[in-house]
Design a protein. Sequence first.
Length: 206
Amino acid sequence: MRVGIVCEGRLAGEDSQVFEHFAQRIVPGASIKTFPQGTKPELFANAGDMAKTLFATGYDKVIVIWDIQPRWGKPDGEVQDRQDLQPSLVTAGVEAHPCLYLIAIHKELEAWLLADGSALSAVFSRPAHPVTIKDNKNAETEANPKKKLEKLFDTYNIPFGPQPAQGSYQPKLAAVRIAEKVPANFGQLGKLKSFRQFGRSLTAAC
């Protein structure tokens, strides 16, 4: 099975790394590739043509996934985002494709990284200084998940990158390392609505 994931960000960015990592764990035998499109407005503008191209070149499934935040001047919410995405899909003729899946992350990728306390504990702990972080059962309703994660990195002074950024959260370096520490059963992350949707999109027949 070939799966294309159309997302925000850039090549080798945190979105691509995290989505590919989790997708490979959910469907180990699949061929997974991300196609980052830049900002959310750019993703929404390109999603239809990108999905059409991927289906035409042999991809079995296409997942379009994005963060609810930032809003880019739009009214709040997933409903508005889906309305903004629809014209691109309609123009490309893929809006009703049975193997196209649309997933909105509440409120941003960092909510996935904040959810499981054991993963964060593993990242922040050192042999002489074990750290215990509790599961975040409200990760999807955090006002600003990225800022909360940054605060954790500053608190525990985790060096992901050269000075003077030592201790700060650098997404391209740190995000996938947190993802790699998420337990095999996905722990608290597996309870998040958007992550469950991501899993179903990868395993469902279409």
